[in-house]
Design a protein around this ligand. Structure first.
Ligand code: FE2
Ligand code: FE2
Length: 191
């Protein structure tokens, strides 16, 4: 699926399905961080006008998702609580180039892979979540995360030669796959 070089370990699915509250709590933080990442990109690259415009729209959409998930938490009498952080995202950031112009490409790759992996996991939850209401929630989010993956790769192709983008997508695909293979199948979106 998308640019992913390996599927999620099937052992993650029963863990996620058995812990819908924990998944939702972590998911809420993921939507918040997706919006924050988009705003941070504007801060880093204020002279890249297409990127700025796209990141404004993306941040707005991710905040809408955050609201949707917060509504779900409130229905369940859950409090958001502190963000435990994501080893997955941290590990991806360790592969960022230290200098431009390659650093922007890597930020776009990280954005693309986090969206692609989220999209894959939403598709699993859309199939396996315990209630129809939850399956419908994940179905609706699946579509938009696939669009976000494409958005990051489209922006990359605007600023870098297509061959370079293709090459870095392949490299990051391998990096991301190694990270995913090392995950402990915890009840989090990228666990
Ligand atoms: Fe989202
Ligand atoms: Fe997204």
């Amino acid at each position: 699926m998308l640019c992913l070089a390996c599927p999620t370990n099937p052992e993650w699915i029963p863990v996620a399905v058995a812990n819908p509250d924990l998944i939702l709590l972590d998911h809420a933080h993921c939507e918040k961080k997706a919006a924050f990442f988009a705003l941070t990109m504007i801060n880093r690259y204020p002279n890249r006008t297409r990127l700025v415009r796209e990141m404004i729209d993306l941040a707005a959409e991710e905040l809408e998702h955050f609201t949707t998930v917060m509504n779900e938490l409130e229905k369940r009498n859950l409090t958001l609580g502190r963000d435990a952080g994501s080893d997955y995202a941290k590990a991806l950031h360790e592969h960022l180039h230290g200098t431009e112009p390659k650093r922007l490409l890597d930020f776009l790759m990280i954005g693309a892979f986090i969206e692609a992996r989220s999209c894959e996991r939403f598709s699993l939850l859309a199939k396996h979540a315990p209630t129809e209401e939850m399956r419908a929630l994940y179905r609706s989010l699946f579509e938009s995360e696939a669009g976000h993956y494409r958005l990051y790769t489209d922006i990359a192709r605007e600023y870098y030669p297509h061959e370079e983008v293709k090459q870095r997508l392949l490299e990051f695909g391998q990096i991301e796959a190694e990270i995913v293979k090392g995950l402990a199948n915890k009840p989090t979106m990228h666990g």
